[in-house]
Design a protein around this ligand. Structure first.
Ligand code: ADP
Ligand code: MG
Length: 442
C-alpha cells in the first residue's frame, strides 16, 4: 500500500510555509551560446523543458562568476524552487525544499554551495543521493564549475563500480563529494575519506532514500559530519521518518513547499510467494496485470529467453539483455526500451548492471537477488522523485532467508500479495511466533 504522505505534510509544519505562484516563461531547454558566440566549452548537461519564473539569477544574490557559467549553459531564468531556495541557501539558512522531479533542485543547491565554498582545504560539501544515476547527474552539473574561474572540484563515490578509481579521485583533494550512502560509509570505514571539514550537507531525494531503506546509513553519515554546518534537505514528500530526521539534525529549517497537492510518491513493494512450479504463470499474470514500463530480472539466461518467447507470443512488446547476446544486440535492446518501443525489458542480473533508464514503473524480480543490497539497487531503478513505482518479487519457500534480509534492510515487512489465477504458497509461522501470539499457549 502506498501511504498518503500528503496528510502528514499538511499537518506538521516545522516553520513558516512559503509559496510562490508566478511561473511565466518556459526555458527552451537548449544550450545557448555564450557571449562570444561560441558554443559552451563544457559537455552540455541534459536539458528538459522546465517551468521557470520571470526572475533573473542576479537578483537571487549569485556572484558574477556563477552568472557567467549559467549564461554559458543556457539557464536564463530560475525555476520556482531555485528562486525560492537560492537566496536563503546563500545566507546559510537550513532548509527543506519540497518539489517534484524535474523542477530544477540540482541547481537550487549546487549554486549556493559553489558560492559559499570559499578556498578552504579538504572536503567542504557533501551531497548524499539515493541512486548512482542521480549522483552522476549532480556530479555532471558540478563539473560545469570545475573549469570556470571558480575551479570547484568534486568526486563521485557510488556503489556498483570499482572502488580503486575512487581512491584516485579522493587523492586529488576534491572540494565536494557526491555520494550514495553505502559507498560513502565504505570509504569512511576504510579511512579513505574524512568528513571533518564538511560545512555544507545536502540530502537529495530524501523520500527516495527512505523507500530504499537507506535511513540508517543516512543517520550514520549525518553524525560523522560536524554539527556546525549548513544543511539542506530535498524531497517530494515529508513522511514522518524524514520529518524526524529534519527535526533532529537541522537547525530550525525553513520549509519551502512547492510540491503539488495530493502528490503521492514512493515505491510499493509486493512479494508473491508461490510454489516453484507456479513461478512462470505468476510472472505472466503480473506482466498482464501491472501496466507501464517494466524491467524484469531473472537469474538464468534460459529463463530470460523463455520469458521473452512466451511474452512475444502473447503479443507483449519485449526486449532482452543477457550475456549470450552480442554487445550490439544489448545496446539495441536497451535503446528500444529506453525509447519506449518495447514496454518490457528482460535482463539477467549481470547484464543489467548499469542499466540507466528513466521512468521505469515496474520492477519484476522473477528471481530474488542474492543480497538485500542488490534488491535495493534494483528497486532504485523505479519511482524517481515524485513518481510512483512498484517492485514485485516472486519467491518460493527457499527464498525466505533473503526475504528476511531484505525486510531488515528496508525496516518493514514486504507486503505479501496475490495475483489472480495463481495459488499462493501459505507461510507457516514459526513456533516462536505462534507462541508469542497465542496467550493460551503460554
Ligand atoms: P530535479 O532535481 O528537481 O529533478 P533537475 O535539477 O534534474 O531537477 O532539473 C531538471 C532539468 O531542468 C535538467 O535537465 C536541468 O538541466 C534543467 N534546468 C534546471 N534549471 C533550469 C533553468 N533555470 N533553466 C533551464 N533549464 C533548467
Ligand atoms: Mg534531483
Amino acid at each position: 500500500m502506498t501511504l498518503d504522505r500528503r496528510e502528514t505534510t499538511d499537518q506538521q509544519t516545522l516553520t513558516g510555509v512559503r509559496r510562490i505562484g508566478m511561473m511565466t516563461t518556459v526555458a527552451n531547454g537548449t544550450s545557448a551560446p555564450n557571449k562570444t558566440g561560441e558554443p559552451p566549452a563544457e559537455p552540455a548537461i541534459p536539458q528538459h523543458h522546465v517551468e521557470t519564473t520571470d526572475r533573473d539569477f542576479r537578483s537571487l544574490g549569485l556572484n558574477a562568476e556563477i552568472l557567467e557559467v549559467l549564461a554559458g549553459i543556457g539557464f536564463e531564468h530560475p525555476t520556482p524552487i531555485q528562486a525560492d531556495v537560492i537566496p536563503d541557501a546563500i545566507a546559510g539558512k537550513d532548509l527543506i525544499g519540497l518539489a517534484e522531479t524535474g523542477s530544477g533542485k540540482t541547481a537550487a543547491f549546487v549554486l549556493p554551495i559553489v558560492q559559499r565554498l570559499g578556498r578552504g582545504k579538504g572536503v567542504r560539501a557533501l551531497v548524499v543521493c539515493p541512486t548512482r544515476e542521480i549522483a552522476l547527474q549532480t556530479k555532471a552539473f558540478l563539473d560545469v564549475f570545475r573549469k570556470s574561474p571558480l575551479q570547484v572540484t568534486s568526486a563521485c563515490l557510488i556503489g556498483g563500480v570499482k572502488i580503486g578509481p575512487q581512491f584516485d579521485q579522493l587523492r586529488r583533494d576534491p572540494d565536494v563529494l557526491v555520494v550514495t550512502p553505502g559507498r560513502l560509509l565504505d570509504h569512511t570505514e576504510r579511512g579513505t575519506v574524512s568528513l571533518r571539514n564538511v560545512e555544507e550537507l545536502v540530502l537529495d531525494e530524501a523520500d527516495h532514500m527512505l523507500d530504499l531503506g537507506f535511513m540508517p546509513q543516512v543517520r550514520r553519515i549525518v553524525t560523522q559530519v560536524p554539527s556546525k554546518r549548513h544543511t539542506m534537505l530535498f524531497s517530494a514528500t515529508m513522511p514522518p521518518p524524514i520529518e524526524r530526521l529534519a527535526q533532529r539534525y537541522m537547525d530550525d529549517p525553513l520549509r519551502i513547499d512547492l510540491a503539488p497537492r495530493g502528490a503521492a510518491s514512493g515505491i510499493e513493494h509486493r512479494l508473491y510467494l508461490v510454489d516453484e512450479k507456479d513461478k512462470k504463470s505468476c510472472a505472466l499474470a503480473l506482466l498482464d496485470s501491472v501496466p507501464g514500463s517494466t524491467l524484469v530480472f531473472t537469474k538464468r539466461r534460459s529463463d530470460a529467453e523463455w520469458l521473452c518467447r512466451v511474452l512475444e507470443r502473447g503479443r507483449h512488446s519485449v526486449a532482452r539483455i543477457h550475456s549470450d547476446r552480442s554487445q550490439k544486440h544489448r545496446v539495441a535492446a536497451l535503446e528500444s526500451f529506453r525509447a519506449g518501443r518495447h514496454r518490457i525489458l528482460v535482463a539477467t542480473n549481470i547484464a543489467a548492471r548499469g542499466i540507466d533508464v528513466q521512468g521505469i514503473e515496474h520492477i519484476l524480480n522473477y528471481d530474488l537477488p542474492d543480497t538485500a543490497e542488490d534488491y535495493i539497487h534494483r528497486a532504485g531503478r523505479t519511482a524517481r522523485g515524485a513518481a510512483e513505482g512498484v517492485v514485485s518479487s516472486i519467491g518460493t519457500w527457499l527464498d525466505k532467508p533473503i526475504v528476511r534480509q531484505i525486510e531488515l534492510a528496508l525496516g518493514h515487512p514486504l507486503p505479501r500479495s496475490e495475483v489472480e489465477g495463481v495459488t499462493p504458497y501459505r507461510e507457516m509461522r514459526s513456533l516462536n511466533e505462534r507462541r508469542r501470539r497465542s496467550p493460551l499457549r503460554r
